[in-house]
Design a protein around this ligand. Sequence first.
Ligand code: TYD
Length: 285
Amino acid sequence: MSHKQQGARGKQQAVRSKGEKETPHCSLLTAHPGGLSQGVLIALEGIDGAGKTTQAQLLKDFLRQKGFEVVCFKEPTPGPWGRKIAEIARWGRKGISAQEEMELFLRDREEDVRDNILPALRENKIVIMDRYYYSSIAYQGALGLDPNEIKEINEQRFPKPDLVFILTIPPAEGIKRILSRGQGSGIRGPQRSPAYEEETYLTRVAKIFHELAKNKEPRTKNQEQRTKNKEQRTKSYEPSAKGLLEPPSTHCLLIDGMRQINIVHQEIAPSVLDRLSPLMRCSCP
Ligand code: TYD
């Protein structure tokens, strides 16, 4: 289909954000007219207020300007499960257990993967996620669930990201930024509950994000049994999704989100291009 040819150059030309500089060594990298040889899944993660949505937007615009096919999705989604989650975020957990909460995020993600993420990856697009399952590991892990098990459940069901950027900021700063946004409607509105945003909770969330980036297994309880289970589950993968569910490796990078928006973007963009370069033609001399 023409999406490979469309490139977004014309349409997205004006989108370069204020002060954005070309990343020096990649300035000549552009998308191959035939597109990428496979889909690429990128996740932006971090505590509330870290700047994920802004960076997802900048990255999308930057890659489109380079001629890539890019789509951006956000979790929780606006779908039925996402709306239930929004209710919790707005009014508080009201007795919902950590397990039940995780179930909601899993159901929401299941629909997102089925309806949005897998179809885009199958069309060899770049998919940028504004939160993905690393958020479940960190947020529901911080509620007391085993982060390793959350990771395994998600990796068993959903495509692994190729690249994960974890934006770091102190929890107090994150809360300050969220409160200063305060006016809008929806779960960013004045009734937003502190359920997800209480400082001590966000401190635990941030710690798990750090451990994930350092590739530290948070705990090794029942490791052998889990490995066995994993082998069994691998056998039951749906064949059409198999390739997508087993990418070679996930690169997870910690990014200091306290710096200026453009500086943060200029750290993210080259890492993405590095990851894309084996999958595209480079026009560097
Ligand atoms: P958020 O990105 O803050 O949504 P919005 O920008 O619409 O306010 O997401 C809502 C909350 O959901 C956020 O505090 C993190 C939490 N969350 C989880 O606890 N687990 C998950 O798996 C995901 C995706 C989000």
